[in-house]
Design a protein around this ligand. Structure first.
Ligand code: ZN
Length: 313
């Protein structure tokens, strides 16, 4: 029962103390807070952010691709991801070293020709091509990205639609890296989870104890223990929750040197519309934005919103 009552009772408890001390109540409903604190979901998914993939000419797309394939792009992006790993206090130096190497050893595929440079077999290339048609659509305009293991290589396949939506041809390589930080941090996070699942045991336990897990869709089962302990809600979503964790951590690093609200919002806006609802693996947007993103101390501070209580590694 305490699970269901926790958010309300905690809020009332904190408010009672605040009233006694004659200070403003720090809840999300506080009207003194910036409007984005009321709902990050609404902030990211405002009507103007829900625009379709903008018309980018082929020349502009090719210009963007050239900038995405530069050492400057890679260095800037890796700076955000590596910074996030190094700042993680729960990790030992050896664990940081291992995660850091895996993040570095990840290949970006924006077009099929990028995969051709990885020395893969014909079958592997055909596999990547097929996956890209499935995830990006025949025209390539779906705003999607995917982490893949192919012949022992870590590959992040990025659909042209995502590049067209988030990046503009006028941006520098570094600005493009900043614009793609959340999605590429998230996809890298899948590798950091799958190859180190044991590192996330405490994190998972915390999520199970946290009442917000009630916001996750439950997978049907006859296993009564899994139902009681919330395992059915957290377990199937853990991979995506951890990926968001790293995506948000990389964003917090990026925002140390880039405070443009437009860059910040466009990083998240591509999810709006395609991932509104919980699909059994990806949590719904309210959970992702208003619990996971708001739980990142760097992001909460940059947004001037109180950090949501949640789980850290
Ligand atoms: Zn994912």
């Amino acid at each position: 029962m305490k699970i269901f009552l926790w958010p309300t009772s905690l809020f009332l408890f904190v408010c009672t103390i605040c009233t006694a001390l004659a200070t403003p109540c720090p809840g999300p409903e506080n009207s003194n807070q910036p409007t984005q604190c009321k709902s990050l979901r609404q902030y990211f998914c405002s009507p103007e952010e829900k625009r379709n993939v903008p018309a980018m000419t082929d020349v502009e797309y090719q210009t963007s691709l050239r900038k995405l394939r530069t050492p400057e792009f890679t260095a800037r992006l890796q700076g955000h991801i590596q910074g996030a790993i190094q700042e993680e206090r729960a990790l030992t130096p050896a664990q940081k070293q291992s995660l850091s190497q895996k993040a570095k050893d990840t290949h970006l595929v924006f077009e099929n020709e990028d995969a051709m440079e990885l020395g893969l077999s014909e079958n592997a290339l055909l596999y990547i091509k097929s996956i890209r048609i499935l995830t990006c659509g025949l025209e390539g305009n779906v705003t999607n990205a995917m982490a893949l293991y192919v012949e022992n290589r870590r590959i992040i396949s990025v659909c042209p639609g995502l590049v067209r939506k988030i990046v503009s041809a006028q941006q520098t390589s570094e600005e493009m890296a900043d614009s793609l930080t959340f999605v590429l941090g998230h996809e890298t996070g899948h590798f950091l989870f799958k190859e180190h699942e044991a590192l996330y045991e405490n994190f998972k336990d915390c999520l199970l104890d946290n009442p917000t897990h009630e916001g996750l869709a439950k997978q049907s089962t006859m296993n009564i223990f899994k139902i009681i302990f919330g395992e059915l809600r957290v377990g199937p979503h853990l991979n995506e929750i951890v990926a968001d964790y790293w995506g948000n951590r990389a964003m917090a690093q990026m925002m140390k040197s880039n405070t443009r609200a437009e860059t910040f919002r466009s990083n998240y806006s591509f999810i709006c519309g395609i991932g509104n609802d919980d699909d059994g693996e990806h949590p719904g947007l309210d959970y992702r934005f208003d619990f996971l993103t708001r739980n990142d101390p760097g992001i909460a501070e940059a947004l001037q919103c109180p950090m949501r209580p949640g789980c850290r590694l």
